[in-house]
Design a binder for this molecule. Structure first.
Ligand code: P53
Length: 481
């Protein structure tokens, strides 16, 4: 029998989105151009193109999103109907500082989020806010090289301070940078562009990895400064980091694979070590020293990292990844994406993402043992095609199966393993633009949005079967799955 029953009564059930993937209104209310506004649509296996500014003939899905900018009242009302206790979104940096380097914020942008947060509170929904979620001002990339430039710390701090002060009585839960560790894939332009504003046209091919470690360092410093400042502005703030949790499994018990996997995990999760412990782990220090990477780190930086450790770890979990050391020098450089191999025990989604609910329990245990901090699952879900029936209904048992299996494992982590879990916000609670592919047809929502990949459609919202299912999950505090 479980030694603890159920989730705490204040468990934060809800849903998650990001500004650039649903707001649309890319030029409204004085908003500036962000990195997301120069990314075209791709598809499974076809990367999104990052264009040189906004070109007239291209399809940029983030320009229209699902027009949440004009539909947010209706959408929040639907979240309330599902019984959401919280709603995770981000603040588009370019609504507040259109270019990123202004002294004064844009009032119309600030007002939009005031209205959105008020709308949430009307229904007792707590906003959970990511400051930087893949939507840095494009101007900061063009003029300063994104986060490869130390100046970005100050621009980020202007943004963070403005938000903390303005919303100090409306927002309690914050995260500094979304999935900061995606850029471990330093040879994927999408990852380093969305995390750090690094564009390959601006750096030499052999400098990808070095640029990533330097930019990530400035982000970790910016994050720590923000945590420190946020606590000064409102001591009740809970400020977390946000890590994409993809546990890596060795393909077999060959010790070479075990060691290789451990080294890949060190490279992928050191970000969380710095956020949580305020110091770089030994293995990464040794690696950076040996390679001569991250040259610019000061004593003051190291001090700030210690002073700005996070209150909790926010994580996204979609899948595990199985790796093989075949073809790799395990003491050398490596990019984990190239080491991925099939796991014969797991099925995959239509977009080829492995489905591994036990991996979620494993992850929650691993993170707890390593950081001893509360955890918050701020993304989890299945991207799938949905079919609208003649009568307008949408049957999505595959989505319910996925979520049910993951919630079951998350429950075991809480009840059997004692994990301190703050909440659960499935990704894309309303259909939105996919980050990875820019597609609309890769849907995660409980709420369907009538729109295709090109923005055509009525944008009408309707409930999928999973809507009622999730509603009873929340109403029963996770007992009825
Ligand atoms: P999409 C890569 C790997 C894991 C999570 O992803 C990722 C990515 C980037 O694509 O992104 C997170 O939309 C991210 C969200 C994103 C969601 O996962 O590619 O925080 O912005 O939409 C799902 O299916």
């Amino acid at each position: 029998m479980p030694n603890k029953t159920g989730f705490s009564k204040d468990f934060l059930w809800g849903g998650a989105v990001a500004a650039h993937q649903l707001e649309g209104g890319w030029q409204e209310g004085g908003k500036g151009v962000s990195i997301a506004d120069v990314m075209t649509a791709g598809s499974n296996g076809v990367p999104r193109e990052i264009t040189d500014g906004v070109l007239p003939e291209k399809n940029y899905p983030n320009h229209f999103g699902i027009d949440f900018y004009h539909h947010y009242k209706e959408d929040v009302k639907l979240f309330a109907k599902m019984g959401f206790k919280c709603f995770r979104t981000s603040i588009a940096w370019t609504r507040i500082f259109p270019n990123g380097d202004e002294d004064q914020p844009n009032e119309a942008g600030l007002k939009f989020y005031d209205d959105l947060f008020d709308e949430c509170h009307k229904y007792g929904i707590e906003p959970v806010i990511t400051l930087s979620h893949f939507e840095m001002p494009y101007h900061l990339i063009e003029k300063y090289g994104g986060f490869t430039n130390r100046k970005l710390i100050d621009f980020y701090m202007n943004f963070a301070e403005t938000c903390f002060k303005r919303y100090k009585n409306k927002v309690k839960y914050w995260m500094t940078f979304n999935e900061i560790n995606n850029q471990t894939s330093y040879n994927r332009e999408f990852s380093v562009a969305t995390n750090s504003g690094i564009l390959f046209k601006n750096i030499k091919d052999e400098d990808h990895e070095d640029a990533m470690y330097q930019a990530a360092h400035y982000e970790l410093v910016a994050s720590a400064k923000a945590v420190k400042l946020g606590h000064e502005i409102n001591p009740d703030f809970k400020i977390g980091c946000m890590i994409n949790m993809t546990p890596l499994y060795p393909v077999n018990a060959d010790p070479k694979n075990i060691m290789f996997t451990e080294r890949l995990m060190q490279r992928r999760y050191y970000f969380a070590d710095v956020h949580a412990n305020g110091v770089y782990p030994k293995n990464i220090e040794a690696y950076l020293q040996r390679k001569g990477f991250r040259k610019d780190i000061t004593d003051e930086d190291r001090e700030i990292l210690k002073q700005g450790t996070v209150d909790y770890i926010g994580l996204s979990y979609y899948n595990s990844m199985t790796v093989t050391s075949d073809g790799f020098d395990i003491d050398g450089d490596f990019d984990a994406d190239n080491a991925a191999t099939e796991n014969k025990f797991l099925k995959t989604s239509e977009w080829d993402w492995p489905i591994d609910p036990v991996g979620l329990r494993y992850s929650l245990n691993w993170l707890t043992d390593r950081y001893h901090l509360p955890l918050f699952i701020v993304e989890n879900g299945l991207g799938a095609r949905d079919k609208v029936e003649a009568d307008g209904s949408i049957h999505d048992p595959y989505r319910v199966d996925y979520l049910k299996a993951h919630i079951t494992e998350m429950k075991k982590a809480v009840e059997l393993d004692g994990v301190d879990l703050m909440g659960y916000t499935p990704w894309g609670c309303i259909d939105l633009i996919s980050a990875g592919t820019g597609e609309m047809k890769k849907r995660y929502g409980f709420i369907y949005v009538d729109q295709d990949d090109y923005g055509h459609g009525s944008k009408k919202r309707s409930k999928k079967d999973s809507f009622e299912w999730y509603k009873q999950v929340i109403a029963s505090n996770g007992e009825k799955l």
